[in-house]
Design a protein around this ligand. Structure first.
Ligand code: HEC
Ligand code: HEC
Length: 258
């Protein structure tokens, strides 16, 4: 069902993401040392392959929850029971109380909300963290006044993972344009065309499965709303404290992955 082009695009995106992350890892000059206990915890984390099911800052497996900020959200008794007898699909590890303490130190060291929050899921949904997450938090405060057609367009934008390539109110790292300018640059007819056939040779895939007429209409209403509200949205996105809740990749202490 995937065309060769889709596959190439996907591989391209994954490669870029990988290179970008490698760049961040190797350009990291903030090597905050871990405490002895936290280092022991990290060893246990690696030895037991916790990352197969859990993510840190959105990186890892998806069977279990993101654990970036779990330390401040979990009772010690629950942590103890999880790391001994397990729960549901979380296997039993029968950790000793010493091992549980090491793991707790490691999870504590990871939990730095001032650097950004976990639960980053690329493309799957707009709510939550990441640049579209901050944007979503702003939009959520305005949803009541928004025309249902616009919020429907925003919902489609999220469910079709347009935000994987396009960034809010700016050109993205992969070169996808700022969509708040789209209605100024393109006529309605041209917009419909892009949203139907894409521009495959320029990196914009045709939405698949194809968008229906009404969905295109809603998406365009959303783009018009973006354009009309650009200055206010930009102020809130860049100036607001909400922006701090998104991940600041540069500041993440990458030691946790070593
Ligand atoms: C096979 C997949 C799997 C592995 C491996 C795994 N977990 Fe889990 N983990 C889960 C699932 C699923 C849950 C959710 C369980 C529940 O809510 O009942 C969970 C829950 C947790 C939670 C609670 C999260 C919360 O927000 O309440 C912690 C903490 C945790 N795991 C730590 C670990 C650590 C540390 C390791 C490695 C020693 C590990 N897990 C290995 C699947 C896994
Ligand atoms: C795989 C990455 C990718 C995805 C996914 C993607 N786009 Fe694009 N999009 C691009 C690129 C790259 C361009 C610029 C193409 C060009 O140079 O003309 C673009 C261009 C556009 C344009 C024209 C903007 C302009 O000013 O010329 C619109 C509108 C658009 N995209 C909307 C969307 C919508 C809505 C979705 C979700 C249904 C989406 N895109 C999904 C990469 C993507």
């Amino acid at each position: 069902m995937f065309s060769a082009f889709h596959r190439k695009t996907l591989v391209g995106i994954l490669t870029l993401a990988f290179l970008f992350q490698s760049f961040l890892v190797y350009s990291d000059d903030r090597q905050e040392p871990l405490s002895e206990d936290a280092l022991e915890g990290r060893n246990l984390w690696h030895q037991n392959s916790c990352q197969v099911c859990h993510q840190i800052y959105g990186q890892g497996g998806f069977l279990g929850p993101d654990l970036t900020n779990v330390a401040s959200n979990i009772e010690r008794s629950r942590l103890e029971s999880l790391l001994t007898v397990g729960s549901g699909q979380m296997p039993a590890y029968y950790f000793s109380s010493q091992e549980i303490s090491y793991m707790a130190s490691y999870l504590d060291a990871l939990d730095k909300p001032e650097l950004g929050r976990g639960q980053l899921r690329m493309g799957t949904k707009i709510e939550g963290a990441g640049p579209w997450g901050s944007f979503g938090a702003i939009v959520a405060t305005q949803m009541e006044e928004i025309d249902p057609n616009i919020s429907e367009g925003y919902r489609i934008f999220g469910s079709r993972a347009c935000g994987v390539c396009h960034a809010p109110l700016s050109e993205s790292l992969v070169g996808a344009p700022d969509l708040s300018m789209a209605v100024e640059n393109l006529t309605r007819g041209e917009l419909s065309e892009v949203l139907t056939t894409g521009r495959p040779n320029l990196g914009m895939p045709a939405p698949f499965p194809q968008l229906e007429g009404a969905e295109i209409g809603s998406l365009i209403s959303f783009l018009e709303w973006l354009s009309d509200n650009r200055p206010a949205l930009e102020d809130q996105l860049l100036g607001g404290s909400r922006y701090q809740e998104s991940i600041e990749w540069k500041n993440i202490p990458w030691w946790e992955f070593r």
